[in-house]
Design a protein around this ligand. Sequence first.
Ligand SMILES: Nc1ncnc2c1ncn2[C@@H]1O[C@H](COP(=O)(O)OP(=O)(O)OP(=O)(O)O)[C@@H](O)[C@H]1O
Ligand SMILES: [Mg+2]
Length: 429
Amino acid sequence: MMTDNQIEFALNDHFYDFVDDWKHKFYFLVGGYGSSKSYHVAVKLIEKLLEEKRKALVVREVFDTIRDSCFDLLEEVANAMGVEDYLQFTSSPMQVRFKNGSKIIFKGMDKPVKLKSLNGVSIVWIEECSEVKYMGFKEILGRLRHPTMSNHIILSTNPVSKGNWCYKYFFQDKKEHVFVLDDELLYKNRVVVIGKTYYHHSTVDDNYFVPKDYIEQLDDLKTHDQDLYRVARLGRFGVNGRLVLPQFVVMPDEDIRAAMKAVKQPLEKNGMDFGFVTSYNAVVRMLIDHDNKILYLYDEYYSRDKTDPEIAQDIEKWKDVLIKADCAEPKAIKYYKQKGFRMKACKKFQGSREVYTKKVKRFRSIVCSDKCKNIIDELQDLTFAVDKDGEIIEDEFNIDPHTLSAIWYGLDDYEVSDLKGGGMRTLGS
Ligand SMILES: Nc1ncnc2c1ncn2[C@@H]1O[C@H](COP(=O)(O)OP(=O)(O)OP(=O)(O)O)[C@@H](O)[C@H]1O
Ligand SMILES: [Mg+2]
């Protein structure tokens, strides 16, 4: 199949191994803009389908984006490889047919019914996989099972936020206690294999085929868009948007205990948010150093899908501490009181979410015990939601932070700046 054009065709060094490797089930390519991920996935696919008669499926979230991206790219790559005579590109239906019977088909996840046609497919390329919904990925995973050939899923994407399913699935999900790979290790080693997954990290520096001014444009992002700089230039996962609690720090549990002991007039506060089947029950135990404007978060309770009697049993040890709970659940509060808990309904009012959030933001420092995994998971990277103009919404967040609600309720009668010196007054009130 080699032709005269072969000489003009070159790969980027960093992708050599990836293109030839078929030992793994998953290939996860993450990187910055223009790092040549898509290009080399196209090369990998075409080479494989020239070698073996196989059917491959190319998937994107939105079908209408496929033609200008994957389909055109495959054609560009076939030309560069000099194999265009072996391939036939047809528009309706959008397909690539190989002389040896191999075939590439294309699907958008926005038209899910058609995914049934995974019959005979042994390779799937999910382009911009962070745009695809987790359900969609799981569906592909479940249906890809060619009986005689090895099955492969190639995923390529720019790194979006750590809240995206592909970070949670391929790296870590603190809330679900999933740990697969530390993304920092991938940035350092560039290629990592864990279990069935081949991870590959790249930036525009790995691509010899981009003009210099393109790289300069990406460099310029540093001064005016930090988030985009991280994604586009560095190709790293992170937090997109404005942090709600930039003063949040994590401290070893024994250190926080010692620090709390040294507080002169400690104020004790506890808050509780009730969950439902899909949301979580959260209790947060707090101690305030009013003079120094420090909020200590030193213990937590966190669960889902439990009945009040079960929760009551779980937090039995805190029966004697005053817990301010969500006033929207009077029946639940009544139940706990009957069981002997010192529980009280918090105060809420129109706009209290925003007011309470601003109050928490006024602490100079928010120190959390490293024991409180769920508080850390929810609050460390918590960002404000934005409206369609990109403006911050002061009482909406990227996730539903149950521990923040618990903190709001627990602090409902506390004022960070007003209450000078009269700290003890609210202890247990
Ligand atoms: N081996 C190659 N030979 C010639 N051109 C290449 C090669 N690799 C990449 N390029 C060119 O570099 C550019 C960027 O590549 P590509 O679109 O694959 O990057 P990407 O990592 O998918 O970027 P993005 O994250 O923005 O989707 C494209 O114009 C592509 O044609
Ligand atoms: Mg791409």
